[in-house]
Design a protein around this ligand. Structure first.
Ligand SMILES: Nc1ncnc2c1ncn2[C@@H]1O[C@H](COP(=O)(O)OP(=O)(O)O)[C@@H](O)[C@H]1O
Ligand SMILES: [Mg+2]
Length: 247
């Protein structure tokens, strides 16, 4: 579905991403995992042309992303960021429907799509006309998700979408998100630095470090056949104190 071929990106401070090949399978959830600053967000932003690579190319369904087609291609991609990125001066409803209105959808079609999304995300109907600041963090992320899904994209990219939420809300939204992705059969790429969250969502984990992909596979693959000592170190660093050691 999504393919990166020899993609690299450098800033003044150094490489955010070294030459990278990556194939993202359709209708699966792929997790980009790794410590802060390892290039996860850069990789995600490259996938939708928010950042352009210094070398290599990005393809969506075999079509190379270029400045000419990027606007059209972005409509096939939903994007959710940590704080939701909602427009503060627009109501929840307008945040969700803005792009469809811009594209000239009929009122009835917009209404039907919105109703479907409200049901899917279990967002309270009576809060649709409130502004982001009047909503809870969890509700804001449900709005951000509805907005990302409004045009029924093939691909959904999420950059630490639950990172700012407290643990109870976070776990509730994790469950709902996983159900939604399974129901819709979307191609999902989700960034997190949290191993537990990665394990919960992942069909496939892509573990990164310092601008490189270190290993790809299931959590089991990472546990049983670590590609380098870093893989084990990363997993151990996140082990919960109440878990017993596997040795
Ligand atoms: N716009 C930018 N300008 C300069 N450096 C950047 C920019 N975006 C990211 N970087 C640098 O690139 C590296 C990777 O960043 P990022 O992709 O945001 O990592 P992650 O999302 O894994 O925390 C970091 O060293 C970061 O400081
Ligand atoms: Mg990031």
């Amino acid at each position: 579905m999504l393919e990166l071929q020899g993609v690299s990106k450098r800033y003044d401070s150094g490489f955010a991403l070294h030459g990278t090949d990556l194939t993202i399978a359709a209708e699966q959830t792929t997790i980009l995992l790794g410590p802060s600053g390892c290039g996860k967000s850069t990789l995600l932003r490259l996938m939708m042309g928010l950042v352009w690579p210094d070398t290599g190319r990005v393809l969506l369904s075999g079509l190379e992303l270029t400045p000419r087609n990027v606007r059209a291609i972005r409509r096939r991609i939903g994007y959710v960021i940590q704080d939701g990125g909602l427009f503060p001066h627009l109501t929840a409803r307008d945040n969700v429907t803005l792009m469809a209105q811009y594209l000239g959808w009929e009122r009835q079609r917009i209404h039907e799509r919105l109703a479907r999304l409200v049901e899917l995300t279990q967002f309270p109907w009576d809060r649709l006309d409130q502004f982001p600041a009047q909503l809870s963090g969890g509700q804001r992320q449900r709005v951000a998700l509805m907005r990302a899904l409004m045009l029924d994209p093939d691909v959904v990219l999420l950059d630490e979408p639950l990172g700012a939420l407290d643990p109870m809300i976070r776990s509730e939204l994790q469950n709902d998100l996983r159900d939604i992705f399974r129901t819709l059969r979307k191609t999902v790429v989700l960034v997190t630095h949290d191993l537990g969250e990665a394990a919960f969502f992942a069909d496939r984990i892509v573990l990164m470090r310092e601008g490189r992909i270190i290993q790809q596979g299931t959590l089991r693959d990472l546990l049983d056949s670590p590609a380098e000592p870093f893989v084990t170190q990363f997993i151990r660093a996140q082990r919960r104190p109440w878990e017993t050691s596997p040795e």
